[in-house]
Design a protein around this ligand. Structure first.
Ligand code: ATP
Length: 354
């Protein structure tokens, strides 16, 4: 059972929320002043759980033009502490430009961006102090080995070198510890890129296409790492085209299309806004006209399709139980049953169809 607690930095009095399990010891770094300390979660499971809505990333009216044409057009959104926010959009929609703007890697034309309350233009150093970043195109020094590369970045981030070897092991690159990056495959480079992004246990993680080039085991490794960091209170921003991945890990999503933020919410809420409904598939040993008619008569059923021994029913969530009762009452012998909730793919297609 993961609990969230609000604590105050003894040095600068900044309020921060950390998550852990009862009895767990957490090493905390204050995102404002960098003060480090240890917090032990109370063993008492009844300790009040405090949810928070403290914005860690704030983007206000951001516009970025390249050669006069708008790559990002007046977008605003906030990402709260401890949240995993998925950023989606078709090719060329403006995802990487938004990320580069957040990190101050491109000059923006209009708008305001704050990380941890610090303006990215005025206080770039403080704003970026606790950010880990995986760029869309991961690059390393090709003539250095994996360990030498990570050691270099560890030194830059003022992180103990011992973390490097451990991270290389965690991303299953131990056999290539002393291999030069020039000889790494795309997926291996991506794994090392993730290791570099999380060096120093950052409280904010910005990942541009983290699954690019990864094999299924690599995808799982990255997903597990994302959850581990979230459980430690990190705030994570992920841009990706792999919608199933986003649906599996994200608390909320933002969809950008042609530079405009066209949607921002949980997948459930976006599905409701689009009136997307679940599909129930009922497999029977025998389908009769009576059973089909009984299902058709249930209030809330929108559509029925028959596929051999399956009846596929589109209906709202509240009607699912009534449908099953109707099938059974009409004499149907149910062999199998499953429900497909509206997918992020459907949501994505609808919001970006123009
Ligand atoms: P993808 O999913 O293909 O990576 P994206 O959503 O990340 O796309 P961006 O890379 O942000 O999209 O690009 C948004 C728009 O800005 C595109 O029209 C692109 O051509 C343009 N663009 C991006 N970088 C530059 C640049 N350095 N110079 C000129 N135009 C650029």
């Amino acid at each position: 059972m993961i609990i969230a607690k609000t604590i105050q930095c003894p040095n600068c009095k900044n309020t921060l929320v950390i998550k852990g399990i009862p009895g767990e010891k957490i090493h905390v770094t204050c995102p404002k002043c960098g003060n480090r300390g240890v917090f032990v979660f109370p063993d008492d499971e009844n300790d009040p759980r405090i949810m928070n809505d403290y914005p860690i990333i704030e983007v206000k009216n951001l516009t970025k033009r390249y050669n006069g044409s708008k790559a990002v057009d007046n977008i605003s959104f906030k990402i709260n502490q401890g949240e995993i926010f998925g950023f989606l959009g078709p090719n060329g929609a403006g995802k990487t430009t938004t990320i580069k703007s957040i990190l101050g890697l491109v000059n923006i034309n209009a708008g305001e961006i704050k990380i941890n309350g610090f303006d990215i233009k005025k206080h770039a150093k403080e704003a970026k102090k606790f950010v880990g970043y995986l760029p869309e195109k991961v690059a390393f020094y090709n003539n250095l080995t994996a360990l030498q590369n990570l050691n270099f970045y560890a030194e830059m981030k003022n992180v103990p070198r011992t973390e490097c070897k451990q991270l290389i092991e965690e991303f299953m690159l131990s056999d290539s510890l002393n291999k030069k990056l020039g000889k790494f495959s795309k997926g291996m480079t991506q794994r090392l890129g993730m290791a570099r992004a999380i060096l120093g246990n950052p409280s904010i993680l910005i990942l541009d296409e983290p699954s690019g080039g990864l094999d299924p085991r690599g995808v799982v490794l990255v997903r597990d790492k994302i959850f581990e960091l979230k459980n430690r209170g990190a705030t994570i921003f992920i841009s990706s085209h792999i919608l199933s991945e986003i649906q599996a890990v994200c608390d909320r999503v933002g969809i950008i299309n042609k530079g405009v933020l066209v949607a921002e919410d949980t997948v459930d809420e976006l599905s409701k806004k689009l009136n997307l409904k679940p599909k129930i598939t009922v497999t029977l040993d025998k389908i009769s006209d009576e059973i089909v008619e009984a299902v058709r008569k249930v209030k809330g059923v929108d559509k029925i399709e028959i596929q051999e021994k399956n009846i596929e029913i589109i209906c709202d969530s509240k009607t699912k139980a009534k449908v099953i009762v109707a099938v059974a009452t009409a004499g149907g012998n149910i062999i199998n049953l499953y429900t497909q909730e509206p997918s992020l793919e459907e949501v994505f297609m609808r919001y970006t169809e123009a």
